[in-house]
Design a protein around this ligand. Structure first.
Ligand SMILES: [Cu+2]
Length: 169
């Protein structure tokens, strides 16, 4: 137990960012330690984009599902989400819900900018990741994988828990 505690103590001298990068370097034990307090992110070098609160709203009767997520940009430059793909859906697109008068429609969007040191929310009523042509049966309680492609060349693949409209509140 004493041996286990020593690295934890020395880690307090690191800043949070350094500690986070350290976890990314592949130290599995540290990754586990930080799992509770840090958002989900892809493995590898320190990422400019961090993905938070991913989830998919499932609809019955083969209606399209919608993916929602908050994108946080830790870099000094704006970064665009430019594409979405999925191992679980044949079609994945970035859509935006727009109101004109009393009607709403959704339009395809070719990018979503995440401002430097800020966030962009893909959330109900605004943007969504339109998910169609499921490659296998997908139901609430499942997890699906979506890959987000960014203008800086990075891709982030993340697990999205699938929820029913009731679970999504
Ligand atoms: Cu849509």
């Amino acid at each position: 137990m004493t041996n286990n505690m020593r690295p934890l103590t020395s880690m307090h001298r690191f800043g949070r960012a350094q500690a986070f990068a350290f976890a990314c370097a592949g130290a599995f034990a540290f990754a586990l330690m930080f799992a509770a307090s840090t958002p989900a992110h892809a493995a590898g070098a320190a990422q400019a984009i961090v993905v938070k609160n991913p989830w998919v709203r499932w609809l019955p009767n083969n209606l399209p599902a919608a993916g929602y997520v908050t994108l946080s940009n830790n870099s000094d430059k704006p970064i665009d989400l430019v594409d979405v793909s999925s191992a679980d859906y044949g079609s994945a697109m970035l859509h935006q819900t727009v109101s004109s008068g009393s009607t709403q429609k959704m339009v395809m969007v070719d990018k979503l900018t995440v401002p430097a040191h800020s966030e962009a929310k893909i959330a109900p009523g605004g943007y969504h990741l339109m998910l169609e042509e499921p490659k296998h049966k997908i139901a609430p309680g499942d997890n699906v994988r979506l890959k987000l492609h960014f203008s800086d060349g990075e891709t982030v693949e993340t697990t999205f828990p699938v929820k029913s409209p009731a679970q999504a509140n």
